[in-house]
Design a protein around this ligand. Sequence first.
Ligand code: HEM
Length: 535
Amino acid sequence: METSSTPSSSTSLASVLPWALFTLITIAVSRFVVLLASSPLNQIPNAHWSAPFSSLWILYIRYNDAETETLAELHKRLGPVVRLGPNDVSIDSIDYVKTVYTGPFNRTKWYNIFVNYGVHCMFSVIPVKEHAMRKRMISHVYSKSFLQTSPAVADQARAILLDRLVPILTESTAADKKSKSVEMFSLFQATTMDFITAHIYGLRNSTNFLQNPSVRKDWFEMYLTRFGAFFFMQELPELTKFVAKLNIFPSLRMVTDATNELADWNRTLYEKTAERLDSQLDSQDRQSAPEDEPTVVKSLLASIEREKTSHGSDSILYNTVLQNPMVSAQSEVYDHIIAGQETTSSTLTYLTWQLSVHQDVQDLLRKELLQLKAEEDSSSPFLPDPRTLDGLPILHAVIVETLRLYAPFEGPLPRQTPESGCQLGPYKLPGGVRIAALAHTLHRDSSVFPDPETWDYTRWIGADEKEKNERNRQFWAFGSGGRMCIGSHFAMQEIKSIITAIYSRFKTHVIDDSTMDNDDIEPEMEQLYLRFEAL
Ligand code: HEM
């Protein structure tokens, strides 16, 4: 029997092979071309000539941290829907925002950077029902009515503002420190960290970053270490995981180390709180000062226990939260700390900057605050009730205008079209398309916000009702729909208290704002030096 090829059969194989290869390539290319030509996204204007068949261009833009300004320019030129890649679309229209963010459009794995200790929290979890249940478990302690009436929240604010922040600012005005300026981003980062950790863990077990600048500096350095890796973790997660496993890049090792250290830091705060709650239960000693109440942890653990008792293994949270209550709670509250402090401190920095640049607005705001002080016949240090502060129009307007122009989450917030697809105006999109809107462009729509690059608080109080409603509808600093920010009321109340504590006692003047007009709203860029003058 002949087992080897004869010269004639190998010749024929050699002559057939190139043809087979050619046919295969032709089939693959024509299939690619047919797919390209038949994609429903073809109707949408392309951001770049390569967008229909490659994501390389948009990845390059994202890598260079240039997505926000690039999208702003593209939407101006190409309209409210723009194709960024084969399966990637950007929108800039409040009606389309409504369709996407209040409809059945899930978050994507892009949010996995918010997974802590290897388990999901509300921010990162994808399924809609599971998310809604997690949110219900804690939304009460972040509601406006709860925050405005909670004795714990009120006492924590008094302790942080009157015992820590105001003395630091007063000291900076001392005669021998006349020329001394205060770096505001770092100060606000400390203030907001103290606020959010006090709400979560109670004052006794929370941070005291305001009075410990070196501790906060170390924390912040660790936090910033992670920033450089976000692009890779969000846009190329599988590759990043693989490369991290190889353990050959020192910068990735640093990111992993910083992530672990920050996670340990939070675990320590959590464990101290849990221990205290246990010992209170054991000793039947439920009495503690209101400010030491660990409101969020206590409420979350109680909700988990209730869900366990009422639904047990039938609960949709059984395999996740109920099986791992402690680590789930740690992951959840850690996320609130991260989501809550940088956003709020950035807003406060931009707001005090604008108030220092616009001394006339600062004077008007102060007048509004001092009017309240004059009406109060209290001998205790001035810090009005949050409900009273909530009714002050100028205070509210300056904050909202700052959130409009300097939205901390100004970039795209990605979602995925549902399996059944969706209709956006003239465009029919299939399922599985990445789609996102961004506050930056919505907040610069000149038909709603005339002269949009100008910080002008009067657009929130001077306008007629119709204009005001339109502006409120377009305001997207906290997002919208089921995934809207859970901490929006906390942030607003906190910012109002901090601004009141400052501007009812001091005038502020710019000493150095050279990095502030940088378009990039990122913590490492924001450095603002102000001088405080006591009233
Ligand atoms: C000025 C301050 C703040 C701004 C501008 C802000 C902005 C936002 C935005 C835009 C989202 C929606 C993200 C998306 O749709 O993908 C969000 C979600 C969230 N924020 Fe905030 N935030 C602020 C303060 C806070 C605070 C103080 C907390 C503390 C609890 C917090 C916790 C969260 C959480 C847990 C989510 C996820 C909500 C969910 O998935 O349902 N934020 N925030």
